[in-house]
Design a protein around this ligand. Structure first.
Ligand SMILES: Nc1ncnc2c1ncn2[C@@H]1O[C@H](COP(=O)(O)OP(=O)(O)OP(=O)(O)O)[C@@H](O)[C@H]1O
Length: 621
């Protein structure tokens, strides 16, 4: 009998797995595009390296990152590539490359767990600026600089740049199908956002990133390190975030952390100027400004970034407070009706925050900029979450979701029923065994019936939940919905092919659990579909669960057909649609699943029967 083909999970390779001539020792991090493993060579055990395995079916980004690192981005403070290959099949497998292992932590983690001096921070910032200068002179742009991509190596506090997957070099072909390159909204420059607002209806137009974008992002990273907060919180809704970045001046770092030496605060704010021509023009100039005060204002630079908490474990810091009135209006042309000009994003319902933002903008137009100050509660509620005290590992886990929680979240269970790579040992844990979903008896939430609920029944269940039982027992942090993301062109095409574009699909979180409730936790997870279009019963969609204070959100990027084993890229999200008993009026039509009673910050109880909806890009409507 032929041996059963085992399945492997590229995002969750177990220690001992052999990838080409390398043996996996552990996981360093899982990002939106790749999983990074600590490895050692099969011959020559004892020397550790980092291996980045592309998780993306389209190898373009990985190949581009490799060629950039090998060809032009070499620098002592940029990871070096030592080997490349494909796995498990050396011809058709997923691309991977092996690079230096950086024994360090991300910049913001370094700042909040090591509590260095301002002198050390200025030197680290200046050093990154100099590295950027060399790269820029060679025509290389990083384009996704963020604290997670600046690893500070000890000893010596040497900042090393990683992840050039969004990087660009002069003459390279365009990688994306969207106006802006892949990136993170709260680190986007004001000019990039303004460009997108002007051109999002022109799919062929691409934003021409410049050195000024990298220098702006460096300013954001240093602001975060010096104050413990991003100048514009990633916890804001995308609409508010874009308004803030383009039209609000960030508070001086000294308003948040009065210990920041004046010259350093000035240098950071210069990097954050709204107009690129008012920023330092080059990395060398930025370096000069960042280290300028070291001699003249030496004593102030010797202070540590943050006060340490007395009586606590050594090194625990007191994070400065985010001010109650953080922003002033920038003296730039206001961009009217910002939220009307939606980027081609998905996971952003037309109602909710979008409508509110539209109203805010209309009020702003009518009443003038002072209106924002009245509404500034919206800004103050959302501050940057801090680094967890135990964040001392050399790297953090990264999800493709709200950026700041990425590094503080524990590594989610490896649930992805990965591409049908089949052939290679070792066998990864089957998804069911590691599922973030556990069946649990009904607590005080609606009692489930043993039949498929009709729409009205679903409505009743939902309304009972909304009326009394959704709120969890534990007080919850008010988490916003995940920010919008682009749906790749290939996913849009695949969903069309599957006849599921814009449609609602039913399924279950626990395939054996029938109609009861289940407990879900934040992390990767799956929905077992019941079938619609070319999606059949037993097909599985996989993606990310986010546990919010009132709802659970899901973003699903892969659909695996049970019958063929084929994997399709998709953009699906959890959706709740329910009607009144007569089926006439919507009670609810919104993203996410309502939480039932129970759960805590990171786990939630929801109905096992769920609906997912395929997104439509706004420019396709
Ligand atoms: N050379 C390295 N040495 C140590 N850790 C690393 C190295 N490269 C990556 N990591 C860790 O793995 C994580 C994910 O890597 P990386 O950012 O390159 O992946 P990605 O999929 O491109 O992520 P993103 O979603 O940010 O684009 C990093 O944040 C870092 O913690």
């Amino acid at each position: 009998m032929a041996p059963e083909r085992s399945q492997v999970f590229p995002a969750a390779l177990q220690p001992g797995t052999e990838v080409g001539r390398w043996r996996v020792l552990g996981t360093l991090g899982v990002g939106g595009y790749g999983a990074v493993y600590r490895v050692e060579p099969l011959e020559g055990a004892g020397r550790s390296f980092a291996l980045k395995l592309s998780l993306h079916p389209d190898p373009a980004r990985a190949l581009r990152e490799m060629s950039l690192l090998l060809d032009r981005a070499w620098h002592p403070q940029v990871v070096r590539v030592h080997a490349t290959g494909r796995w498990p099949d050396p011809i058709d497998g997923l691309p991977y490359f092996v690079m230096d292992l950086v024994e360090g932590v991300a910049l913001h983690t370094w700042a909040e767990t090591r509590n260095p001096t301002f002198r050390q921070l200025a030197m680290v910032g200046g050093s990154v600026a100099m590295t950027l200068d060399v790269l820029h002179a060679r025509g290389v742009l990083h384009r996704d600089l963020k604290p997670e991509h600046i690893l500070v190596r000890e000893p010596g506090h040497v900042p090393v740049l990683i992840d050039f997957g969004a990087g660009d070099q002069a003459g390279a072909t365009t990688l994306t199908t969207t106006t802006l390159p892949p990136g993170t909204l709260h680190l986007r420059s004001p000019e990039a956002i303004r460009f997108q607002q002007l051109h999002w209806r022109q799919p062929e137009v691409r934003y021409p990133c410049t050195e000024a974008d990298d220098l702006y992002a460096l300013g954001v990273c240093l602001y975060r390190a010096a104050t413990g907060h991003y100048p514009y919180s990633p916890e804001l809704t995308p609409d508010l975030l874009t308004v803030a970045i383009t039209q609000r001046l960030p508070p001086s770092p000294r308003t948040i952390n009065p210990q920041v030496p004046v010259p350093l605060a000035t240098a950071i704010l210069r990097l954050l100027e709204k107009e690129p021509e008012r920023r330092p023009r080059t990395g060398v100039q930025a370096h000069a400004e960042l280290v300028e005060g070291l001699l003249s204002d030496g004593a102030a630079f010797d202070a540590r970034l943050f006060d340490e908490l007395p009586g606590e474990a050594p090194g625990r810091i007191r994070r400065p407070e985010w001010p109650s009135q953080p922003y002033r209006t920038a003296e730039t042309e206001p961009v009217a009706l910002l939220p009307l000009m939606r980027p081609a994003g998905w996971f952003q319902p037309l109602g909710g925050t979008g409508l509110i933002s539209l109203l805010l903008c209309l009020m702003l137009l009518v009443a003038g900029p002072g209106t924002w100050e009245v509404l500034s509660g919206a800004w103050t509620r959302h501050t940057t979450p801090g680094v967890l005290p135990n964040a001392s590992a050399p790297s953090g886990h990264k999800l493709a979701g709200p950026p700041e929680r990425l590094h503080s979240a524990p590594v989610a269970a490896p649930l992805t029923p990965g591409p049908p790579l089949a052939t290679v040992a070792p066998v990864a844990t089957p998804p069911e065994e590691r599922s973030p979903v556990t069946s649990r008896p009904t607590v005080s939430a609606p009692v489930a019936t043993p039949q498929k609920p009709s729409r009205p029944l679903k409505a009743v269940m939902a309304s009972v939940c909304m009326g009394m039982a959704c709120a969890s027992n534990a007080p919850m942090v008010d988490r916003p919905t995940p920010p919008s993301e682009d749906c790749p062109a290939e996913a849009l095409a695949a969903m069309k092919e599957l006849y599921i574009s814009g449609r609602l699909l039913d399924g279950a979180l626990d395939p054996k659990g029938k109609w009861g409730n289940v407990t879900v936790r934040e992390g990767r997870g799956s929905v077992y579909m019941w079938g619609k279009g070319k999606v059949r019963e037993g097909d599985v969609v996989t993606g990310q669960f986010y546990v919010g204070s009132k709802r659970v959100y899901g973003r699903f990027t892969q659909l695996k057909q049970k019958r063929t084993g084929n994997i399709y890229p998709v953009c699906l999200e959890f959706w709740t649609q329910s009607w009144t008993k007569d089926g006439e009026v919507y009670i609810e039509d919104a993203t996410g699943l309502p939480r039932l009673r129970g759960g805590d910050e990171d786990t939630a109880v929801v109905l096992n029967q769920v609906t997912v909806k395929s997104v439509i890009r706004y420019d396709e409507q």
